[in-house]
Design a protein around this ligand. Structure first.
Ligand SMILES: Cc1cc2nc3c(=O)[nH]c(=O)nc-3n(C[C@H](O)[C@H](O)[C@H](O)COP(=O)(O)OP(=O)(O)OC[C@H]3O[C@@H](n4cnc5c(N)ncnc54)[C@H](O)[C@@H]3O)c2cc1C
Length: 320
């Protein structure tokens, strides 16, 4: 029997995780990523519950632990920076807002990429531009003109999945806004977060935060605001930065410093808080995994674990 081929769209968490398992099962695996390389951005993500079990089964837990960030917990701060309330990392048996095992999203993506890059063909700076399914397989056209023939195509290209759009229908049918927007980026640490996830709440539904990184001079910043759905261009980062300035300028604590950092950050990431609800995760030979199929939103704290577990289950089913 010839080697089966899977084409995976997206090299975030779900894509490389699925690639790991399918390469082990003997598939030829091609991962197509729209960015120039793996995307380093994001804050700490946690690997609680089944997500941690999957990482153990991948044999990657020692590498994950080597990148884990020491965290002290969450502290809600007043405008002058004083701690109003604290939830230590030990709260809820280590399963509170900050969990016992947290790793920067960028480090996790790195670990997954390093674990797969020799067995998997990564194609960066391109995307799937057309799909044509027949009884025996899928013709896949990439934006750079490459033609591939696949047995299976998997969309792991995040909550705004374009492959899902091609096969399942327009995003508006599946994406449920949760009433807010969020930006993440790296910023100079002017306050000394000292292992704390500092959170500042301001009137008008504003939430500014700073979290530790491996570099004591830098923090992972977040600016989130409550809002009804806004019509904006997801590819216009300057417009997104302006939306933050309109809301956070003069809002107190470190907001002005964080706005300045957001202008400079090369890992600036902005999206709405949303969920993805699909009636089915497959259509013929095309499947969805991770946020493309069942984004629970960063508010859930479960996106990473759900991506890891979904990839593991899908690979298990394909391997039967
Ligand atoms: C830069 C970044 C930062 C993030 N930061 C956080 C965070 O701080 N906290 C948090 O809880 N969650 C964060 N997330 C979301 C989090 O990674 C996911 O919720 C979760 O891990 C599920 O992963 P995923 O692989 O399904 O999706 P994602 O991690 O979003 O990965 C999707 C990948 O698909 C790629 N892609 C998108 N469109 C296409 C296309 N058309 N063709 C090919 N590739 C495409 C993207 O560039 C990305 O690499 C972030 C996501 C990204 C991309």
């Amino acid at each position: 029997m010839s080697q089966p081929t899977v084409v995976i769209s997206g090299a975030g968490i779900a894509g490389p995780s699925l690639a790991f398992w399918l390469a082990n099962l003997g598939y030829r695996v091609v991962v197509v990523e729209i960015a120039h390389g793996i995307r380093p951005g994001g804050q700490t993500v946690d690997l609680r519950g089944a997500g941690g079990d999957v990482v153990e089964r991948m044999g990657l837990m020692p590498k994950i632990r080597a990148h884990a960030l020491e965290q002290r917990g969450v502290a809600w701060v007043a405008s002058d920076g004083s701690h109003r309330a604290e939830m230590p990392v030990t709260a809820f048996d280590g399963n509170g807002l900050v969990s016992k095992l947290e790793i920067l999203r960028g480090d996790l993506v790195d670990v997954l990429y390093e674990a797969t890059k020799d067995a998997v063909e990564y194609r960066f700076n391109t995307r799937i531009s057309a799909l044509n399914q027949d009884d025996d397989g899928v013709d896949v056209t990439l934006a750079d003109g490459t033609q591939l023939r696949a047995d299976i195509v998997v969309a792991a290209d995040g909550p705004h999945s374009s492959v899902r759009g091609m096969v399942f229908g327009p995003e508006g049918r599946f994406v449920k806004p949760l009433g807010g927007y969020n930006a993440w980026f790296t910023a100079p640490d002017h306050v000394g977060v000292d292992g704390w996830f500092l959170m500042y709440l301001a009137p008008g539904g504003l939430n500014a935060s700073m979290r530790p990184t491996h570099d004591p001079a830098m923090a992972k910043a977040g600016l989130a605001f409550a809002s009804d759905p806004i019509s904006y261009d997801r590819h216009d980062i300057d417009e997104q930065r302006r939306m933050l300035v309109d809301r956070f300028a003069g809002a107190g604590w470190q907001c002005d410093a964080l706005l300045a950092a957001a202008q400079e950050a090369d890992d600036f990431y902005f999206d709405s808080f949303l969920q993805v609800h699909m009636p089915s995760w497959t259509s013929g030979r095309v499947a969805l995994v991770g946020d493309a199929g069942y984004c629970a939103s960063p508010l859930s704290g479960m996106g990473t674990s759900l991506a890891l577990v979904g990839a593991y289950i899908l690979a298990g089913e394909l391997g039967r």
